[in-house]
Write a protein that binds this ligand. Structure first.
Ligand code: NAG
Ligand code: NAG
Length: 331
């Protein structure tokens, strides 16, 4: 009889694999003791299997119960205590005693209601930080699997685009929005030219603990997607992406000139009514020219002053000479 009961229990447990909070916290021995004296009133027979079906209906397949069990990290211990406080006294009370199914129904329903109201008060902050990465620490408890869910974000973060001027430096940080374990390994990879998240397009660049990747002087060959993947042990935790688009310096200078040219082509009045920014940059570009003009003008003034001075000296000495000659003539 006992073995056939056990077999029945196992069958019913197998049939209901999508079980929940009850099965996570109450062991099979206690459940067997609880259901031992379950009597079907209609037939006046003892039936343990029907009792297990009742447990499934009231606890395991009830969405409200499952929802109440979605507590934050560490609070599954409290869930176990709450459910134990409801079920274990019933186990002691019903063990080796016959009770009709109406009694079971009422007592178990009360236990479920009490569990829901107490468990709903427990903290349920998930701590999951979107949008990416394997965040084991941030999950809520799942009564269907008897485990904490992971945050269910993709490993791949969205690609962040960075524009850089040719010959300038760039620093990329493998920034992760959540706390990482201490034993991490960081692999930087590069996919030349393209913006991509396709893993087979990347070539490994560095392996180590360094979360910083820097290029002191960017060339056109540095354009492409950089991927940083963080591992803990063999487990991949996150993949961060940067798309670096390099602006060639020649083209940059050319574009600026073109803009200035276009602006100066504007019809008459609009030239000076152009934005203050343009006027300022225009004046700034004129400044060296003005300085050069002024310098040469000053030079010219000094030079002519010098010449004037020199010629006046010449004249004076000439006058002296004639004066001397006149004096000599007197002798
Ligand atoms: C789930 O349980 C709650 C509380 O015990 C109850 O009010 C609700 O009707 C149940 N839902 C289903 C679908 O049985
Ligand atoms: C079930 O048992 C309770 C308590 O023993 C009793 O009051 C009730 O009438 C019974 N119900 C049925 C349907 O036999």
């Amino acid at each position: 009889m006992y073995t056939s009961t056990l077999r029945l229990v196992c069958v019913s447990l197998l049939l209901c694999l999508s079980q929940s909070c009850y099965q996570c916290f109450v062991n099979v021995e206690d459940s067997l003791r609880l259901c031992w004296g379950h009597v079907l009133t209609e037939y006046n027979v003892r039936n343990v299997d029907a009792c297990f079906e009742k447990l499934d209906r009231i606890f395991n397949n009830n969405e409200t119960v499952i929802e109440a069990g979605r507590v934050g990290k560490g609070y599954d211990i409290q869930l176990k205590e709450i459910l134990g406080a409801e079920i274990l006294p019933l186990v002691e009370e019903f063990d080796q005693k016959l009770n009709n199914d109406t009694v079971y129904e009422q007592r178990l329903q009360t236990a479920a209601d009490n569990f829901i109201s107490a468990a709903s008060k427990l903290p349920r902050v998930s701590g999951c930080i979107p949008p990416c990465g394997f965040q084991s620490a941030g999950a809520v408890y799942n009564c269907v699997t008897c485990q904490y869910d992971s945050c269910e974000f993709p490993l791949d973060c969205p690609v962040e685009e960075i524009k850089v001027m040719e010959n300038s430096g760039i620093r990329m940080w493998c920034d992760v929005p959540f706390a990482l374990p201490t034993d991490i390994e960081v692999i930087w990879r590069f996919a030349e030219e393209v913006e991509t998240q396709q893993l087979d397009q990347f070539k490994e660049v560095t392996v180590g603990a360094d979360r910083l990747y820097s290029i002191p002087s960017v060339t056109l060959q540095h354009q492409g997607t950089y991927q940083c993947e963080v591992y803990s042990g063999q487990l991949s935790l996150i993949r961060v992406y940067y798309y670096i688009s390099v602006t060639p310096q020649v083209v940059a200078g050319h574009t600026e000139l073109q803009e200035t040219f276009d602006l100066s082509l504007l019809p008459g009045g609009q030239f000076f009514s152009a934005s203050g920014d343009f006027l300022r940059s225009f004046l700034a570009s004129l400044l060296p020219l003005l300085a050069a003009c002024l310098t040469s003008l000053l030079l010219l003034v000094f030079l002519s002053l010098g010449v004037l001075h020199w010629s006046s000296i010449q004249e004076q000495s000439h006058a002296e000479e004639t004066h001397q000659a006149d004096d000599l003539g007197l002798f």
